[in-house]
Write a protein that binds this ligand. Sequence first.
Ligand code: HEM
Length: 191
Amino acid sequence: MMFAQSRPVSPEWVKYFAIALICALVAIDGIGSVMADQVKTNVQQTEASDSADEPCLVIRSDSVAARLGGYYGIFAFLENHALPALLSDREIASFFGNLTETPADISQCLAMMLDHDLGGSSRHDGTLLDTGHKCRGSMPKIHKGRNIPDRTITKFIQIIGQQAELAGISEADIKAVAKVLEQKRAGVRNK
Ligand code: HEM
């Protein structure tokens, strides 16, 4: 009696079999669903679509700081929108005499502080600026001797909110910025 001799399984043969198996799986399930699963893990659907029926697929930044453009976005917003609006208010401007730093220093230090507190990568304080000014972290020390009353702080936060709205920042992110500013109120008030 003759038995058919089985041929030894060569590594080459295993490779071709594996490729054939992958092709078969993709053909059955469809490459689209494989890709869709991948996309689902990386992307969140935002509710903020123009039409509620048309959800748009965009990569949504995790932190408020990232959505505001990080340090550079926040700095540009402060320099171009918030500070001019704040300083055009006579009551607020009256507290900005005898500065120990330049207005640009204030924008840079405040931008880093906000970026940090809103989940960005900036340092909260201690950064040495080109002018030689070192950003400070203590609200009472920064505002010491200025006697800034509560209502002026309220106006300050309101103006920043109005400018953020004009700049197209979302309501939720404006609330997050206001919350960070509110948390500093006690350190700024009447120091
Ligand atoms: C409510 C939240 C506020 C926050 C978070 C805040 C934060 C800051 C920051 C980060 C700086 C830069 C300090 C540095 O690192 O050198 C600064 C400076 C300053 N802020 Fe505020 N501020 C607030 C409210 C106000 C208000 C309401 C006024 C006055 C109306 C004011 C007046 C000033 C002045 C005059 C400086 C410059 C101080 C100096 O030259 O020594 N701030 N503030």
